[in-house]
Design a protein around this ligand. Structure first.
Ligand SMILES: [Zn+2]
Length: 246
């Protein structure tokens, strides 16, 4: 074998290794259950405990309909709210809080925090908590990074602000056009997978969209109505039942 071939194969090997490292870091910064960049709260250890979590609201149509469905079944859920939307629809946020649901910080403008400088990350968290605390008159304790995007400084800044970083372990893909049946299939598959592993389920859904106020979320609403009807005995909890990363 010639020296040139040896060098090129070494170079190719190094490039492949770098690719793996880069891929692994991207995975760690986005994958919801990864703990590589710091501890995040995922779910509890009781497989019978399930949490419905809604991101990207408030939303004119979907949030009130979800609140009605949750009230009918006396279920409390967790809402990760975008601060700029909360400013536009303060009455919906007040209603979410007044009806006993848990409110969390989902940043002010929904950026990918892993790509933002520390100063901007801090401002996004501070501003969103300020809006929510002004409306709710209670401290905000939980924070979910938009897109699950994070790196060590994001989690460190959140903790400095007394916010517990939260991800999820059931992805329902309700931002895709899969209908309420598709959402329900993914939800039950995720819950069963967690059950097999002896884990509770934190279910990611969306009552809004970061792209605009008022986006269509009726498939999510119908999926939630159906799951609450179909499974009345489920133990639905809010994230404060699990409190700390484990
Ligand atoms: Zn979001």
């Amino acid at each position: 074998m010639s020296g040139i071939n040896v060098r090129s194969s070494v170079a190719a090997g190094a490039a492949a290794a770098l690719g793996l490292v880069a891929g692994g870091l991207a995975y760690a910064s986005m994958w919801p259950t990864s703990q590589f960049f710091g501890r995040t709260l995922v779910a509890g250890s009781d497989p019978d405990e399930l949490a419905l979590t809604f991101d990207d609201g408030p939303n004119d149509a979907a949030t009130p309909m979800l609140l009605e469905a949750l009230a009918r079944h006396q279920v409390r859920a967790t809402f990760f709210i975008i601060g700029s939307f909360a400013r536009q629809r303060p009455e919906i946020v007040r209603r979410v809080a007044a009806e006993g649901h848990l409110i969390g910080n989902h940043t002010m403008t929904h950026p990918r925090l892993a790509l933002e400088p520390a100063r901007k990350v801090r401002q996004e968290l501070v501003d969103c908590s300020a809006v929510l605390e002004d409306l709710n008159r209670a401290p905000v304790r939980y924070f979910r990074p938009p897109f699950g995007s994070r790196r060590p400084i994001v989690l460190q800044l959140a903790r400095e602000l007394s916010l517990i970083p939260v991800t999820w372990n059931v992805t329902c893909h309700d931002w895709k056009p899969i209908g309420s049946e598709g959402i329900l299939q993914r939800m039950s598959a995720g819950v069963e997978r967690n059950r097999a592993r002896g884990r509770g389920s934190s279910i990611l859904l969306h009552d809004g969209s970061h792209r605009a106020m008022g986006m269509y979320r009726m498939d999510t609403v119908h999926a939630v109505e159906q799951v609450l009807e179909a499974q009345p005995g489920r133990r639905w909890v809010t994230l404060d039942a699990w409190s700390e990363p484990r």
